[in-house]
Design a protein. Structure first.
Length: 282
């Protein structure tokens, strides 16, 4: 009981209530419109007792208030649940009980509690609704005089039609939001799976490129057969290539040729010796 009272006095808590808030606002708005602009005029035309319209009007205005509060991202699903339940109980006898349209609305109430409540609270509220309807019908059996009958068969038929249509709209709204939410989530998952597949394909390509690079690096780090005289390297096909060509082929390195100081001096000495040799011959 303490948990129920806390729920009655506090907004719906928790994370992941965006869908519930959307549905809650649609439902409170729908109940407001159906109560004030559909049920009340039809009740008047059916010559139902004034108590029915009073209760219906109170439900409509209370639903409108809850709708406005929901605009601030605060919702009270338990309050709304018991508000509808108490209204149905109050008008049960004034609307001819089980022979009227009130029983239709309990189906929407059941769908509502399945959507908004979880765990033990869902089981508890489901039990309350089923026991409530059972007791109302048994009370008719035990004391039929409590019921206020319709003035004519036409009024009864009109009440049945209006009750069926309005409760049908309420059930449709509940199921529509549920199915549309499922479809949206399914589409979102499909897009995420496609993006994931693209990312995996890119990662596989990068992995292959990395493995190829690692293989090339391992080739350069391995034992290379090199000529002791000309310094050419023998590749996997038995061909001898210069060191520059081999390294350029297996890495991204490029070569620019020049002379180090020692080789430069040797070349100068070689040229001088060549000049002296030519001069002596002349």
């Amino acid at each position: 009981m303490k948990s129920i009272m806390q729920e009655l006095n506090n907004p719906h808590p928790g994370v992941g209530t965006e869908v519930e808030l959307r549905l809650y606002r649609i439902l409170t708005f729908t109940v407001t419109i159906l109560s004030l602009f559909v049920a009340m005029p039809s009740n008047y035309l059916q010559h139902l007792p004034v108590q029915v319209n009073v209760a219906t009007a109170m439900l409509g205005f209370a639903s409108a208030l809850l709708y406005l509060i929901a605009g601030q991202k605060r919702m009270y699903p338990t309050v709304f649940f018991f508000l509808i339940l108490l209204t149905l109980n109050y008008i049960w006898y004034y609307n001819a009980g089980s022979t009227g349209s009130v029983p239709y609305y309990f189906f929407a109430e059941i769908i509502y509690l399945v959507f908004f409540f979880r765990g033990w609270k869902r089981i508890l509220f489901m039990t309350i609704v089923l026991a409530n309807v059972t007791l109302l019908m048994l009370s008719e059996l035990w004391n039929p005089g409590l019921l206020v009958s319709f003035l004519s068969q036409g009024d009864r038929m009109a009440d049945q039609i209006v009750g069926f249509l309005t409760s049908g709209v309420a059930c449709y709204v509940l199921l529509w939001v549920l199915v549309s939410t499922y479809d949206g989530e399914h589409e979102r998952r499909r897009l995420l799976n496609r993006e994931l597949a693209e990312v995996l394909e890119i990662n596989l390509q990068k992995t292959a490129d990395l493995e190829q690079s690692i293989a090339e690096i391992k080739t350069l780090r391995g034992l290379l057969p090199i000529c002791a005289s000309c310094k050419k390297i023998r590749d996997d096909y038995g061909l001898w290539t210069r060191v520059e060509e081999y390294i350029s082929k297996h890495t991204e390195a490029e070569f620019s040729h020049g002379l180090c100081p020692d080789c430069f001096n040797l070349e100068i000495e070689h040229l001088n010796a060549l000049d002296r040799q030519i001069g002596s011959k002349i």
